[in-house]
Design a binder for this molecule. Structure first.
Ligand code: R5P
Length: 294
């Protein structure tokens, strides 16, 4: 999807209040056929420009106290003003986000295996739809593990969750997880995973950036957000963000490359400037430098 250039801004724009009656400036795929409630929830984090900056802080559900996320509240609090949604478990939400917060939440609802177990793929739905509704979430997220011994189980989890989500008016984010096998991240495999997720009915699909990513986007009928993956140097993470959105991604659902940055608040604003304000990498890198010195 081509992006139109707008004048660069000195600072990344903070999230605007929801304008659900405004048509998106960019194409937002696969939202119109759903009920008003689901569309309304989706619009809380997929912004009127069709783009989104989601912050992923759900790593503890299988990794335990990940570096820089040992006390989730410390990582999350300074970043809340700059994100379109927070992706986390109910444990992080209840302990680390004030109930007065207006930041939309996409709740991680799958889990089971841990990083020290035999496989990360053996996931189940661990949090009920009624909990997501009670927590006033804007979406729910879960992983599928295509190509593993548990692919069928996790794809069935997705189908069941989409059915419940459509009943409840709750968007479902499907994550094409690779577990420990990061080398799986190529266009052929991710194209297969994202297409399956969209076919099963996911409203948004989260995957990884790869060479030939435009083909992955083309083959997926739902909007795609990109995970950051393991920590990269900041400029490379900005390049990943830029390459993702110029290839047609709706934005990012990024974790470590923001909260493991030396300057997380500067980094999230630089990412935001690419996603929402059409900054290129040079402009965003310059912004990161300026904000890091503040
Ligand atoms: C996905 O399954 C994880 O739980 C994270 O949400 C995802 O990997 C995004 O975080 P990061 O940008 O750190 O890879």
């Amino acid at each position: 999807m081509a992006t139109s250039r707008r004048p660069s801004k000195a600072r990344a724009s903070p999230p605007e209040p929801a304008r659900i009656n405004s048509p998106p400036a960019r194409e937002v795929r696969n939202t119109g056929a759903h009920g008003w409630g689901l569309h309304n929830r989706l619009s809380r984090f997929l912004r009127p420009d069709g783009r989104t900056v989601m912050l992923a802080v759900d790593h503890g559900y299988f990794l335990g106290p990940t570096s820089r996320l040992e006390v989730p509240r410390r990582a999350v609090t300074p970043l809340l003003p700059y994100i379109d949604s927070l992706m986390c478990t109910r444990g992080v939400l209840r302990s680390s986000v004030p109930p007065e917060s207006t930041t939309p939440v996409v709740l991680r609802v799958s889990g089971g295996p841990s990083v020290v177990g035999p496989t990360l793929a053996d996931e189940h739905i661990t949090t009920a739809m009624k909990d997501a509704l009670r927590l006033n979430c804007s979406g729910v997220g879960m992983s599928i593990f295509v190509g593993t011994a548990h692919e069928s189980q996790t794809i069935r989890n997705l189908g069941d969750l989409v059915t419940e989500g459509e009943e409840a008016g709750m968007p479902v984010l499907a994550i094409t997880a690779v577990g420990k096998e990061l080398e799986k991240r190529d266009a052929r495999y991710l194209g297969l995973c994202t297409r399956i997720a969209a076919e099963i009915g996911a409203h948004v699909v989260k995957t990884y950036y790869c060479e030939g990513f435009d083909k992955v986007v083309e083959g997926c009928m739902a909007p795609i957000v990109v995970a950051g993956g393991p920590k990269l140097p900041e400029k490379e993470a900005l390049e990943l963000t830029y390459n993702s959105v110029t290839a047609g991604a709706a934005g990012v659902d990024m974790g470590r490359n923001i909260w493991q940055s030396e300057h997380p608040v500067a980094m999230v604003q630089a990412v935001r400037a690419i996603v929402h304000d059409d900054h290129d990498v040079k402009e965003a890198w310059q912004l990161y430098g300026e904000l890091s010195r503040d």
